[in-house]
Design a protein around this ligand. Structure first.
Ligand code: ZN
Length: 109
């Protein structure tokens, strides 16, 4: 049974429950590149108003890949990649709490 007054267990439970909302997470990092399209009359021809090109930089079967993201999906993908960061952070905190509990249990023997 969990003791409701233990702040470590409360934090661990809260983190575990938050993981479900991260189920759409994606690996890799979100990359935004600026480029010109090469058309002389385009707004990008001044070299300042460049086009944004979005990519996921990710390892696929151990090999680095840059996967292009359609502009309409860029925000969604950015959020999903951010989810992975939060997932890793939650996992690290849970492991830290559990290690502390292990050491306490060991001491008590
Ligand atoms: Zn252009």
């Amino acid at each position: 049974m969990k003791s409701p007054s233990n702040p470590d267990l409360e934090l661990r439970g809260k983190l575990i429950r938050s993981l479900g909302s991260l189920r759409e997470m994606l690996p890799g990092s979100f990359v935004e590149r600026k480029r010109s399209c090469g058309q002389p009359n385009c707004r990008c021809s001044d070299g300042k108003n460049l086009h944004s090109q979005f990519q996921i930089s990710v390892l696929v079967d151990g090999k680095p890949k840059a996967l292009s993201i359609p502009a309409g999906l860029a925000e969604k993908v950015r959020e999903k990649i951010e989810m992975r960061r939060r997932f890793d952070s939650a996992a690290a905190t849970i492991c830290r709490l559990n290690l502390k509990r292990f050491l306490e249990e060991k001491e008590a023997r």
